[in-house]
Unconditional design. Sequence first.
Length: 189
Amino acid sequence: MARTLAAFSNGTGGRIWVGMCDEGQPLGVVNFETAGRAMNAAAALVDPAPQISFHRVPLVDGRSLLRVDVRPGSKGPYCVVGKGGERVAYLRNRDTTCPIPESEIGRMRKNSTHLSLQEKDWRLLSLLERNDGMKLKELVRRMRMGEREVRRRMVALHRASLTREVEGRGHVLTPRGFKRCRERRASGP
């Protein structure tokens, strides 16, 4: 749980359901308070502390689910601290929690809000948000721009930790890139 809390905090936030089976069927928790204490113990292993809130969701048979809402963090990278003091940061990749490579942690410490994005940058981010990875040639074709200009813009977006390149998939948004897209939609263009 600590890894998932750290991963959601490093990304765009998320929701954890305690008492659900993998197929999505509600089973409920035997003791809601014990489940909450266990989740607090997991959160205590994350540094800095994640921003979480607990909610009881009653089921018809008297059992309950525990819903844990995790807000995206602003003090990251959020790391799980091991017994020996080692710190490992995590990110969420679809339904998998993965350790963040050391090379990415430095980029996470930078704040990308200083990057002023132009309309063409937003179009690139929007394309990547709607697609699960795009190669440079496909971006060039869909943007109807020259390869050199698309490459230049992608380098700037990568340096701002809004995009990254994944072997076999091409360019993808980072959690910070998803967050910026979501914030732009919320505030309007």
